[in-house]
Design a protein around this ligand. Structure first.
Ligand code: AOF
Ligand code: ZN
Length: 338
């Protein structure tokens, strides 16, 4: 099952909002075929594993492993449970059930009704962690939320904008870290910043340092007022601006208005649009809004070796149990809520 999860992970950044799924076939104690869900809309893991096997006769003496319950619905592909049944596989080992209401136990029931022995719950915690984005999206109708920020060794996020031309502005100097952040962006479906970040940094919020796809750009702003020449409005890629005043479309930018509960409504609207994860890149005010509303699942904090001595205080989260690793000259701490 750990091997299934390893295979599944190859789909990170390619299959969302679908789950990452890996599958393999074991005959006589040996893995004889492997497959995983490679691309959104493409064949499911079980289909790829079964198709990878040349000698289909072996299937009737084999066990199929898969980290998610085989599907029971006609989606973009026919039900995997039916393929497993028609392939005469006698035993299936599953890490966890699929909460998608179209599946939700029906895949397992259908296989059992056909006489297949089904074992559940193997490496369930690992499978749960693997698919934390998909599972949040399915169960809570909101995207999985990853907060990300960089801070100085003394806990400041940025220079104080009121102090002119602080020479230490470029304190995140490690280019490897920048590349890592672009990799993180390519692994999530949306990237979110507040209005101040657009005005102060005029970011492009893309993945130009890595090969992966760029996420949908999302701006959270009460007024919805952004400078007309902002990169996120002019470069031709899509941007959503959730705000409390304006509803309009202009080229690839769309202003979506919610007069009340802007953050909650923005998140459920993203969820309905099929966004299963969002990387929140700041600034401090936006990050603190997510923290104050208890709307986050994971935080990734990049800490530089440099001090700023003054400035805007970095957010604080009251979950001190993080895993810290050294990354070049920076330290990266990951915190998972609860
Ligand atoms: C599986 N194996 O490898 C995956 C499954 O639109 P479709 O047809 O691709 O269906 C997507 C849904 O199927 C997805 O929401 C999830 O419930 C399940 N994904 N199931 O048996 C797989 N990727
Ligand atoms: Zn399937």
């Amino acid at each position: 099952m750990i091997r299934c999860i390893e295979l599944a992970e190859k789909g990170l950044g390619r299959v969302a909002p679908n789950p990452m799924v890996g599958s393999l076939i074991v005959h006589d104690g040996m893995i004889i075929a492997e497959g995983y869900h490679q691309i959104f809309g493409g064949p499911h893991a079980e289909v790829n594993a079964i198709n990878a096997l040349k000698n289909k006769d072996l299937l009737k003496e084999s066990t199929l492993f898969v980290n998610l319950e085989p599907c029971a619905h006609f989606g973009k592909t026919p039900p995997c449970a039916d393929l497993i049944i028609s392939s005469k596989i006698p035993k299936v080992v599953v890490a966890q059930r699929d909460p998608n209401p179209k599946v939700a136990g029906r895949g397992i029931e259908r296989m059992q009704a056909a006489g297949i022995e089904v074992i559940e719950g193997i490496c369930e915690a690992e499978a749960e962690f693997l698919n934390r984005r998909f599972l949040m999206h399915q169960r809570k109708n909101r995207p999985y939320i990853i907060l990300k920020w960089a801070q100085s060794a003394d806990g400041f996020m940025d220079r104080d904008r009121n102090v002119a031309d602080d020479p230490k502005i470029n304190w995140i100097s490690n280019p490897a870290t920048k590349k890592l952040v672009h990799l993180w962006r390519s692994q999530e479906q949306a990237i979110l910043v507040g209005r101040n970040t657009i005005i102060n940094d005029n970011p492009r919020l893309d993945t130009r340092e890595v090969a992966g796809a760029s996420p949908l750009r999302v701006v959270l702003s009460n007024s919805g007022n952004l400078p007309n020449d902002s990169n996120v409005l002019t470069d031709g890629n899509s941007t959503l601006i959730y705000n409390s005043r304006i509803a309009k479309k202009n080229g690839n930018a769309e202003w979506i208005k919610f007069e009340n509960d802007l953050l909650e409504n923005a998140l459920s609207d993203l969820s309905e649009k099929g966004i299963s994860s969002v990387l929140v890149e700041g600034g401090a005010e936006t990050l603190n809004t997510f923290i104050a509303n208890n709307l986050w699942d994971e935080a990734r904090i990049i800490q530089s070796e440099n001090r700023l001595d003054s400035g805007l205080k970095a957010p604080e989260i009251n979950s001190p149990t993080g895993i810290t690793e050294t990354y070049g000259k920076d330290q990266i701490t990951r915190v998972y809520k609860k």
